[in-house]
Design a binder for this molecule. Structure first.
Ligand code: PMP
Length: 448
C-alpha cells in the first residue's frame, strides 16, 4: 500500500503540532496515521489515493456518512454563505432546540455549546450550582471529554487525576465507581450522600469497548439519586440520536435523567455539544440563573442547520432501520467468525455500534457452545450474559497489543478503517451497504 503522501504529511505535522495531530487518539495508528483527502459515502480516501471502508465515521457524528443528502447540504450552504455567524440569536437555533425537545422526553429546555467536552463541563457546573454540592460520581472506564472534573482515575476512596496538569484537589471532588456495580454506588452515597451533586454516566459505555448496562442498573441510579437529592446526568454524546433512534438511549431504557449531554450527531458533522434537561434546572444557566455559561460560537448557524437537517432526514428516511440492520449483520457475522477462529474474543455493541474486544479466558470469553446471536445486549436473557464484559476493567484487561498488530497491520491493509484503539467503538452510517459489511467480515476473517 503506497503511503508516501501520508508519511510526508506526518513529518510536516510533527514539526508544528504536538504528536503531529490535533486530538490524541488520531496518532494511534502505527507507524503513522493516514491523512484523509476526502470522504465518499461510507468510505474515506487517503492522501495517497487508498480507499477504506470507514467504520469510524468521524468518531460518531456522521450518521448519514460522508455524502450528505441534498437537504443537509443546502441547509449548510445557505447558513454558511449568508454570513457564517453573528453573536446574536438566529431562528435556526430555535428550530433545532424545538426538534430535540419534541423528540427526547427528558429534555424540556436545551443549551447548545461547541463540543461534548464543553457540554459535560457545563453540565457538571450546572449540577453543582443547582444542588449547592461538590462531588460527582463517574464510572471507571467512562469518558466525558477532556475536562478537569472527569479526567480522574482510581476509586472513590482514592481518586487521582488521570492527566498531568490537574490538581489533586480537583480530583477529590470526583468519585469513580465500577459500571454496573450497585453496591459501589450505594457505598459512595452512604459516605458522601450529602455532598453528591450528580451521578454522571454514559447510558452505554462507548469509550471502553462497548459495555451494556445490566437490567435495572439505570433504574437503580435513578432511584438512588432521587433518594439523596442528587441529579442523574446521562452523557449521550455518543448514544444520542444513535441508540434508540430520535428518542436516544434513555428512551430505550425508559429512564428519565435530570440532565443529558449531547454532541456528535446533533451537529450533523460540525462542532457541537448541548446540555438538555428539566426546565427548572436548565434555567439555572446564565442569563436566567446564576450558573455562568457562554460561548462565542454556541448555536452556530451552520452547525444548527447541519444538525437539524440531519435529524429531519433521519426521521423521514428509515435511517435507523438501515444502520441498525447493518449493525446487526456485522455483530452476528463477527460472532460466527469469532466462534470459529477466536473463541476467547467478544463482539459487543447495539443498534449501529459494534466492536470486537480481545478478551481472553475469563470475563468476555466467547465459547463455541455459547455463541452470542443477539449482538451484545448484555441482558440476563442473553446466553452469553455471564461472560460478557460488565465494566471498564473487564475491557481494559483485553489484549490491546493484539488490537494494534491485527488491526493496524491487517485490517487497514485490507482497506478497512476501524477505530484507532482497542477501546473506542465503531459506527455504521446510512451510506454503508451490504457489500461494505461483507467485505469487512471477509477482512476480519483474514486478519483473525
Ligand atoms: N462524552 C462522551 C461519551 C464522548 O464519547 C466524548 C467524545 N468521544 C465526549 C464526551 C467529548 O466530546 P468532544 O470530543 O466533542 O469534546
Amino acid at each position: 500500500m503506497n503511503d508516501e503522501q501520508s508519511r510526508d504529511l506526518y513529518d510536516r505535522a510533527l514539526s508544528v503540532m504536538p504528536g503531529g495531530v490535533n486530538s490524541a487518539v488520531r496518532a494511534a495508528i502505527e507507524p503513522y496515521p493516514f491523512f484523509v483527502r476526502k470522504g465518499d459515502g461510507g468510505h474515506v480516501i487517503d492522501a495517497d489515493g487508498n480507499r477504506y471502508i470507514d467504520w469510524v465515521m468521524g468518531l460518531g457524528p456522521l450518521l448519514l456518512g460522508h455524502d450528505l443528502p441534498e437537504s443537509v447540504r443546502a441547509g449548510i450552504q445557505r447558513n454558511a454563505s449568508e454570513g457564517p455567524m453573528y453573536g446574536a440569536p438566529s431562528e435556526i437555533e430555535v428550530d433545532l432546540a424545538e426538534f430535540v425537545v419534541r423528540h427526547v422526553p427528558s429534555v424540556e429546555k436545551i443549551r447548545f455549546v461547541n463540543s461534548g467536552t464543553e457540554a459535560t463541563t457545563s453540565a457538571v457546573r450546572l449540577a453543582r450550582g443547582y444542588t449547592g454540592r461538590n462531588k460527582i460520581v463517574v464510572m471507571q472506564g467512562g469518558y466525558h471529554g477532556a475536562q478537569e472534573s472527569t479526567l480522574v482515575e482510581g476509586d472513590a476512596d482514592d481518586p487521582a487525576p488521570s492527566s498531568a496538569g490537574i490538581p489533586q484537589s480537583f480530583a477529590e471532588h470526583t468519585l469513580p465507581v465500577p459500571f454496573n456495580d450497585e453496591a459501589a454506588v450505594r457505598e459512595v452515597f452512604e459516605e458522601h450522600g450529602d455532598d453528591i451533586a450528580a451521578v454522571l454516566t454514559e447510558p452505554i459505555l462507548g469509550n471502553r469497548g462497548i459495555v451494556y448496562p445490566e437490567d435495572g442498573y439505570h433504574e437503580f441510579l435513578r432511584e438512588i439519586t432521587d433518594e439523596h437529592g442528587a441529579l442523574l446526568i446521562f452523557d449521550e454524546v455518543i448514544t444520542g440520536f444513535r441508540v434508540g433512534g430520535l428518542g436516544c438511549a434513555q428512551s430505550e431504557f425508559g429512564v428519565t435523567p435530570d440532565l443529558t449531554t449531547f454532541g456528535k450527531i446533533v451537529g450533523g458533522g460540525f462542532p457541537v455539544g448541548a446540555i438538555g434537561g428539566r426546565a427548572e434546572i436548565i434555567e439555572q444557566f446564565a442569563p436566567s440563573g446564576p450558573v455562568f455559561q457562554a460561548g462565542t460560537f454556541s448555536g452556530h448557524p451552520v452547525t444548527m442547520a447541519a444538525g437539524l437537517e440531519t435529524l429531519q432526514f433521519a426521521a423521514e428516511n428509515g435511517v435507523y432501520d438501515h444502520v441498525n440492520g447493518l449493525g446487526e449483520q456485522l455483530r452476528s457475522g463477527l460472532t460466527e467468525i469469532l466462534a470459529d477462529q477466536a473463541p476467547s474474543y467478544t463482539v459487543t455493541g447495539t443498534d449501529s455500534m459494534f466492536k470486537v474486544i480481545f478478551t481472553r479466558d475469563g470475563p468476555g470469553a466467547n465459547s463455541l457452545e455459547e455463541q452470542c446471536s443477539s449482538g451484545c445486549r448484555q441482558r440476563p436473557a442473553c446466553p452469553r450474559y455471564d461472560t460478557c464484559p460488565k465494566n471498564g476493567a473487564d475491557v481494559a484487561a483485553a489484549e490491546t497489543d493484539r488490537w494494534r498488530r491485527i488491526f493496524w497491520g491487517q485490517m487497514k491493509d485490507q482497506g478497512v478503517f476501524l477505530s484507532q484503539n482497542q477501546f473506542e467503538c465503531q459506527f455504521v452510517s446510512y451510506a454503508h451497504t451490504d457489500e461494505d459489511v461483507e467485505k469487512t467480515l471477509e477482512a476480519y476473517k483474514e486478519a483473525l
